[in-house]
Design a binder for this molecule. Structure first.
Ligand code: ACO
Length: 333
């Protein structure tokens, strides 16, 4: 069975409550119907119940009546949610009046429901920009203990099975944090190791990428990667990680042996951690387009609860896959 089917099958065991706040967006509601039909997760849709039902009827979707629908303007927990918002953000100047407006925004309501224990995870972004999906999550759900940044990993499923773990590589950060410090980069490496074990299902061998291999270049950008590698090892001594490595030394055995002799990672890496968002985002898109890889994600990591952001160009199956991944994350996988 391929990895995505395994992830979906695993999600079915947990029956987690996943929110899709962009409820009348066509691909989202179609994915919701499929998820309910397949039993991948319980679905919570946020929006006007009449509009959601009309959209389902228009698209001939017969399973949407099994979704839980929460009306952001009129639901019995609205006051409780406003109290919780003010409690979390009063030091940042949030008043009840402002919170009363924000709670009617499905993206804010989704994060508050998760914070209040009324849902297990969220997938959004088919019609909203990354920042608009992430900001409420950062402000109300926040990072999990031991982490100060959220980052985004991709499962890169390659046609060439000679690379990584039988053709599967995990890339990060490709989605969130533009210019991490050395400490933040270390956290991203540790979080990506956890995502690899939990979602990709194999033991990570992490290459911390740079334009230099083992001192071949001297630059403060190289120092950042060297420091991050050391800090990641301190954070998780069990982690198999090495850096700084160039991409070819990380994934090609002969080059790894030549440039970084004795390294247990060089030439064998199945996880690539990029020094900046710029490099990670460009790399994943080039590998996707030039090598025909399937890019699954971004899988957000380091957050206190699973909230995942779709690309606005996503397909129905991208949404179904990301809901299955989110359900697995919610189960502590
Ligand atoms: N992890 C955790 N919390 C964060 C992070 C992070 N990476 N970044 C910001 N925050 C928190 C801040 O601490 C702040 O919290 P506070 O209000 O409690 O103090 C809050 O989020 C807002 O912080 P800002 O610095 O104002 O962040 P801003 O909203 O300007 O930016 C954002 C955050 C939108 C994620 C920004 O970093 C960004 O645009 N990143 C790039 C996203 C992107 O465009 N990715 C590429 C496309 S996705 C793709 O191709 C798959």
């Amino acid at each position: 069975m391929d990895l995505l089917n395994k992830i979906k099958d695993s999600a079915k065991k947990y029956n987690k409550r996943i929110i899709l706040p962009e409820s009348t967006e066509e691909r989202t509601i179609t994915a919701a119907d499929e998820i309910i039909k397949e039993g991948i997760a319980q679905i919570i849709l946020i929006g006007n119940p009449k509009e959601i039902k009309n959209k389902a009827k228009e698209l001939n979707l017969s399973n949407i009546d099994k979704a839980i629908i929460i009306d952001p303007k009129n639901n019995n927990k609205k006051e409780e949610y406003i109290d919780l918002m003010v409690d979390i953000r009063k030091k940042k100047g949030l008043t009840r009046e402002k919170a009363a407006k924000l709670i009617e925004d499905p993206l804010f309501l989704a994060t508050i429901m998760i914070k209040n224990g009324d849902a297990d995870g969220e997938v959004a972004g088919a019609e909203n920009a990354t920042g608009d999906v992430l900001r409420p999550a950062f402000q109300y759900v926040k990072t999990k203990p031991g982490f100060s940044v959220v980052s985004g990993a991709f499962l890169m499923i390659l046609k060439d099975k000679n690379f990584g773990e039988d053709g599967l590589l995990v890339f990060a950060d490709c989605a969130v944090h533009p210019n991490p410090t050395d400490k933040e980069l270390a956290e991203i490496a540790v979080a990506t190791g956890e995502t690899t074990r939990a979602i990709a299902g194999f033991e990570p061998r992490i290459a911390m990428l740079s334009f230099s291999t083992k001192g071949s270049a001297v630059h403060e950008m190289v120092d950042k990667v060297v420091n991050a590698t050391r800090m990641a090892k301190e954070m998780d001594p069990s982690l198999k990680i090495d850096g700084e490595l160039q991409a070819d030394a990380a994934i090609i055995e002969a080059i790894g042996q030549k440039k970084a002799p004795g390294s247990e990672i060089a030439g064998k890496a199945n996880v690539l951690v990029f020094p900046t968002l710029e490099t990670g985002n460009i790399a994943y898109k080039l590998v996707q387009r030039l090598a025909g890889a399937e890019a699954v994600g971004p899988i957000l990591q380091g957050m206190a609860a699973p909230i995942n952001d779709l690309s606005r160009g996503c397909s129905v199956s991208d949404i179904v896959n990301l809901v299955a991944i989110t359900a697995n994350q919610a189960a502590g996988n």
